[in-house]
Design a protein around this ligand. Structure first.
Ligand SMILES: NC(=[NH2+])NCCC[C@H](N)C(=O)O
Ligand SMILES: [Mn+2]
Ligand SMILES: [Mn+2]
Length: 320
């Protein structure tokens, strides 16, 4: 018995694909090609077959961010790499996601590295201040400019959205609204969390479920606990920010920071299906697909298909 998912916020089933072809939040190139590969894999047709009308936004089309990433070596702020580039790109993504929301469409942001969620989440909270975030990831991405070891901003988006350590926010990211409260974000899939991040999670009492919790309680129960923590009455819009590295590299090999011991492909899709079932999905990010890092074609296909499947499941694909 399968229930046809309803999408309370989008009764007309309209979605806007925000192509966030951006790699500046980390060092490796190739993740900017995620959107291109996922579209080539048929993502747009897939969603249309599920009954969604889709539009496309290309917020980064007017500037060559990849070129600037290669050439502008002066874009640093202490240890933080490319704050100017990330600040500008995420602002563009924010503007596009806002347009999509204003048209009554669901922003489906296709990365790109996970820094792009700064833009999509900022836009969602502006329109829906009561929203909550489910962050599916091997990583917490909650480093601040003071705690980051890598200086990569894809490891920091949550800290900016929460306004943590805001006196150390690079000027180019000071536009980011401090919109996410600690009881409005939950994590599932964590297994590579930096020491400073663990401290932040603990001090702010952020509900964070690692792979240990998935094994201890089972994924179904973990999802219920996560939703209960951030959305106890079940009536808040849910932003699903999905880093494909939450799934095990066996299933999703072509990603920049793979960590073994992750969710199976089925578990990864179940999370998205369960969120669809709530009827409260307000926005989706699918990030960190990096086709360049595949060592053979099968890796590309596995990773890109997994990313597309996450989007289909979140937007209501059922297993009839
Ligand atoms: N979105 C990601 N894949 N993030 C990985 C972050 C890794 C590490 N914690 C860092 O700060 O650099
Ligand atoms: Mn990750
Ligand atoms: Mn991430």
């Amino acid at each position: 018995m399968l229930t046809e998912p309803s999408f309370d916020l989008y009764p007309n089933k309209k979605a806007g694909l925000v192509l966030a072809n951006f790699s500046g939040g980390q060092g490796k190139s190739g993740v900017e090609d995620g959107p291109k590969y996922m579209l080539r894999q048929g993502l747009r047709q897939d969603l249309q077959e599920l009954g969604w009308t889709t539009s496309i936004e290309e917020p980064l089309a007017s500037d060559d961010y990849e070129k600037r990433k290669e050439t502008d070596t002066s874009d640093v702020w202490g240890i933080v790499k490319r704050p100017q580039l990330v600040g500008e790109a995420t602002k563009q993504i924010y503007e596009s996601a806002k347009k999509v929301l204003e048209r009554g469409e669901m922003p489906v942001t296709i990365g790109g590295d996970h820094s792009v969620a700064i833009g999509s989440i900022a836009a969602v909270f502006e329109k829906h201040p009561d929203a909550c975030v489910l962050w599916i990831d091997a990583h917490a991405d909650i480093n601040t400019p003071s705690t980051t070891d890598s200086g990569n901003l894809h490891g920091c988006p949550v800290s900016f959205l929460m306004g943590l350590d805001s006196e150390n926010t690079p000027p180019s990211l000071q536009w980011v609204p401090k919109c996410v409260k600690p009881n409005k974000i939950a994590y599932i899939g964590l297994r590579d969390v930096d020491a400073g991040e663990k401290r932040i999670l603990r001090e702010n009492h952020i509900p964070a479920f690692s792979m240990y919790h998935v094994d201890r309680f089972g994924l179904n129960h973990v999802i219920e606990m996560a939703l209960q923590a951030i959305n106890p009455d079940g009536d808040c819009p849910i932003h699903l920010s999905y880093d494909v590295d939450a799934m095990d590299p066996l299933f999703v090999p072509a990603t920049g920071t793979p960590v073994r011991g992750g969710l199976t492909l089925r578990e990864g899709l179940f999370v998205a299906e369960r969120v669809a079932e709530t009827g409260k999905l307000v926005a989706l990010d699918v990030v960190e697909v990096n086709p360049t890092l595949a060592v053979h074609d099968m890796h590309v296909l596995d990773t890109v298909s997994a990313g597309c499947a996450v989007a289909r499941c979140a937007l209501g694909e059922t297993l009839l």
